[in-house]
Design a protein around this ligand. Structure first.
Ligand code: S3P
Length: 429
């Protein structure tokens, strides 16, 4: 599928975006491990979350969709069944790494795989600590790549793991295995990554304590199914917020969006770049901060993005790179080597695709340097099968002269079905 985007002078309106991907995955997984029913509203029906749903159905979990509310009939900590089929995580790193943490604690055998991109992404970062806890893995390259065979163990050993990478997927995988361990499992990360797992597990009744960068979970809790309303995904809202901030005559409000402080780095960076942001209706829903965000367009200025900020906006870097290209002055992204192991190598793909618009980017091993005030020329570019690259290039198309064609745009369905419709609703011709 192709996405065709024309230069846009004016972007205006009030929109909502689909449910948060990270929270949607967790609501299915934790609902499955809880006792009783979990009812999920505003669940993201994107391909990644559908992969999570299919994996849990394959382990005997009943998941029902009635009038847009997803009901998970929880099996309790010991109720999952051995899957007779290979668990296919599709394109989803979150499904894979969190699922591996759960499978580590099961008294059965399973096999996990995914698509071409996922089969090249690093899994040793979770199989290593999960092996220390007692699970057994077999797979290519010393069990660091999918497909992986998993022999779980019902009584895992609680560990204290110091992860070298600030990653919510690694942290969550170990914490989920910790549900099946005797005693307290602890993870220390170098910087705070998104804390949806900690918030939702607590909401379901687990004992989770956070001290600075260390998170501790007590094993064998009783989890109880709850009602979950998934906030709008700030990573999806980011495409419109960044576009609006970069178009002088824009005025866009995104309602009901997640404002978790471990995820809102894109908003802080836009403000540092001089964007005009206002917040309304701040509230907490199912343990997660939510609100409405209004952006009025202007001219952005360059900035430096690195350090502890990176995990707070890791998925928003491709679209922030687009804003950096038109901003006044230089923008530097550093400490972001993790971008190289996402759905694509997002440093290389951003540099390669923005070059087609005439943007010059200096690639660094852990980031990029982008000279500002570059004028973009409409281009034919490709997503490389990466949903966030497809949508970031659509935003580049709004800022570029003439017409832009994004090929491989069906990948947007991974996280944002309906992206094109929402985008078109904001474009004032
Ligand atoms: C996610 C964590 C992030 C993010 C991904 C979703 C999650 O990955 O990039 O899109 O839901 O936990 P890492 O934790 O590996 O940085």
């Amino acid at each position: 599928m192709k996405l065709i985007v024309k230069h846009c002078q004016k972007l205006s309106g009030r929109i909502s975006v689909p449910g948060d991907k990270s929270i949607s995955h967790r609501s299915i997984m934790f609902g499955a491990l809880a006792q009783g029913k979990t009812e999920i509203s505003n669940f993201l029906m994107g391909a990644d979350c559908l992969s999570t749903m299919a994996c849990f159905k394959a382990m005997g979990v009943e998941i029902d969709n009635t009038a847009g509310v997803i009901t998970v009939s929880g099996k309790g900590l010991d109720g999952l069944q051995e899957p007779a089929e290979v668990l296919d995580c599709g394109n989803s790193g979150t499904t894979t790494r969190l699922l591996l943490g759960i499978l580590a604690g099961q008294p059965f055998f399973s096999v996990v795989t995914g698509d071409h991109s996922l089969r090249s992404r690093p899994m040793g970062r979770v199989t290593k600590p999960l092996t220390q806890m007692g699970a057994r893995f077999a797979g290519r390259k010393n069990s660091t790549l999918l497909p992986l065979a998993v022999q779980g163990m019902p009584f895992l050993k609680a560990i204290h793991y110091q992860t070298p990478v600030a990653s919510a997927q690694i942290k969550s995988s170990i914490l989920l295995a910790g549900l099946f361990a005797d005693g307290v499992t602890e993870v220390t990360e170098p910087a705070t990554s998104r804390d949806h797992t900690e918030r939702m597990l607590q909401y379901f009744g687990a004992k989770v304590d956070t001290h600075q960068h260390t998170i501790a979970i007590s094993g064998r809790p009783v989890l109880t199914g709850r009602k979950v309303t998934v906030p709008g995904d700030i990573s999806s809202a980011a495409f419109f917020l960044v576009a609006a901030a970069s178009i002088p005559d824009a005025d866009v409000t995104v309602t009901g969006v997640g404002l978790n402080p471990t995820r809102d780095g894109v908003l802080e960076v836009l403000q540092n770049m001089g964007a005009n942001l206002k917040f309304f209706n701040r509230r907490v829903v199912a343990g997660e901060p939510v609100g409405d965000v209004r952006v009025q367009g202007g001219t952005l200025k360059g900035t430096v993005i690195g350090g502890d900020m990176i995990p707070r906006l890791i998925d928003e870097i491709p679209v922030l790179a687009v804003a950096a290209a038109v901003a006044q002055g230089k923008t530097t992204f550093k400490d972001a080597a993790e971008l190289r192991v996402k759905e694509t190598d997002r440093i290389a793909t951003v540099a390669r695709e923005l070059a087609k618009f005439g943007v010059s980017i200096q690639e660094q091993p852990d980031g990029m340097i982008i000279a500002g005030q570059q004028s973009l020329t409409g281009a034919v570019c490709t997503s490389h099968g990466d949903h966030r690259i497809a949508m970031a290039m659509a935003v580049a198309g709004l800022l570029a002269s003439g017409e832009t064609v994004v090929t491989g745009a069906d990948s947007v369905d991974i996280s944002f079905p309906g992206f094109e419709r929402v985008l078109n609703s904001l474009i004032i011709k």
